[in-house]
Design a protein around this ligand. Structure first.
Ligand SMILES: [Zn+2]
Length: 389
């Protein structure tokens, strides 16, 4: 039986938020000294929001009628561009016919660098509602918010030893905050969180390293402040040390084959996660297999592109394909870009389509569960109840 619900007017903010400061150039992260393609042409920033056709002026609540909400069935979804929320039914809504189409929540990219590649508006227009910025200069923390449909949470600079990664390479311009020893590094954690960082990122196994006691102390103080800790750890030993120090999430799928000990460390216990970034490192079979094994062991997989290193403006078809190669089916891939990161990062109003959630919805011409490759090319993008595409 068809359940048909019209959601009308509710309240408050949508998925819009703060974008961090802008930065100029391309870079290659990690040892992958990859060539970065030229930036794409200017995106579709600044397009006026609106209900029906793209670019139309917002006039009130819009109902997407007749579509299948993936995982829920036939549902009409109403969104209020004034509040950015999914709302209750009303006969007065503007109707957009999406019969025969599929609806999902908009995506969350759990690894970007928007100070290097400032395309917040273009990302939102392409279907990304939120992003986790995993290294930006400290000067971008607490900067006045720039109006954008993209919500961004950020680590600020990586907390690194003197001359540590990435201060001697792509991140020389402030992408690492240097400190030596536990008291100094605890001070840096406190300073960054005070200035607006919402999580902490540390490099391990990539040049000089913090002492294991310092790594653990940084994680402890971050956790005490309610901040998660991400590790840039590409090698097996580095990933093992990250787990031992109490870190929560691997910023990349490690590229070196993981040993049983390291797998066990990242899959036992308490909801540890790994951000995929498979395409950013070339999608090598070893890396893909690491992700498969981490997931099979119970680690949470979060879709992430390492935007800045990669240059896909939107949801990455290559990353989707590599997630499939790692054994994720359509539902698991969708989860890695929606519900799972919303839960992991505390983005409570994203990752689901439901009353009171943000009006961040993608519309597809084909069922993304059966054809996950379509996730990269939504037919419609709605962010905060406003049509972007
Ligand atoms: Zn990165």
């Amino acid at each position: 039986m068809t359940s048909r619900i019209l959601w009308v007017l509710a309240a408050s903010l949508g998925c819009g938020g703060v974008a961090i400061g802008e930065g100029p150039e391309a870079f290659a992260e990690g040892e992958a000294e990859r060539r970065v393609p030229a930036p794409p042409p200017p995106g579709e920033a600044g397009r006026p929001p609106g209900p029906g056709a793209r670019g139309a002026v917002a006039t009130g609540v819009v109902t997407l009628r007749g579509g299948t909400v993936v995982g829920q069935g036939l549902l009409d979804v109403a969104m209020d561009p004034a509040t950015g929320r999914i709302v209750e039914p009303s006969a007065a809504d503007t109707v957009v016919d999406v019969s025969g189409q599929w609806l999902t929540p908009a995506f969350i990219d759990s690894h970007v660098h928007l100070a290097y590649y400032p395309i917040a508006d273009e990302l939102a227009a392409a279907g990304v509602a939120a992003a986790v910025d995993l290294a930006s200069p400290e000067r971008t923390l607490g900067a006045p918010p720039r109006a954008s449909a993209l919500r961004v949470i950020t680590s600020g600079p990586m907390i690194t030893p003197p001359a540590g990664y990435p201060t001697q390479s792509w991140g020389a311009d402030g992408y690492g905050a240097e400190c030596q020893g536990t008291p100094a590094c605890q001070g840096v954690v406190t300073r960054l969180l005070d200035r607006g960082a919402q999580l902490v990122k540390l490099p391990i196994g990539h040049g000089p390293d913090h002492h294991p006691d310092t790594l653990a102390a940084i994680a402890t103080i971050a956790h005490a402040r309610g901040a998660l800790v991400a590790a840039h750890a590409l090698q097996d030993d580095a990933a093992k040390r990250a787990a031992a120090a109490g870190m929560d999430v691997l910023a990349h799928t490690p590229v070196e084959a993981l040993t049983a000990d390291t797998l066990a460390a990242w899959t036992q216990g308490d909801g540890r996660a790994v951000i995929s970034t498979l395409a950013a490192f070339g999608g090598a079979p070893t890396t893909v297999d690491n992700l498969r094994r981490l997931r099979e062991g119970g680690a949470t997989v979060l879709y992430g592109t390492d935007l800045g290193n990669t240059r896909v403006v939107g949801i990455s078809a290559e990353e989707i394909a590599l997630l499939a190669a790692a054994g994720l089916d359509g539902a698991a891939i969708l989860d890695s870009g929606t519900r799972a990161p919303a839960k992991f990062w505390g983005l409570d109003d994203l990752g689901e389509i439901g009353l009171g959630k943000a009006g961040c919805v993608l519309v597809f011409d084909r069922d993304p569960l059966a054809n996950p490759s379509v996730l990269a090319t939504p037919a419609q993008v709605w962010i905060n109840g406003a049509r972007q595409r």
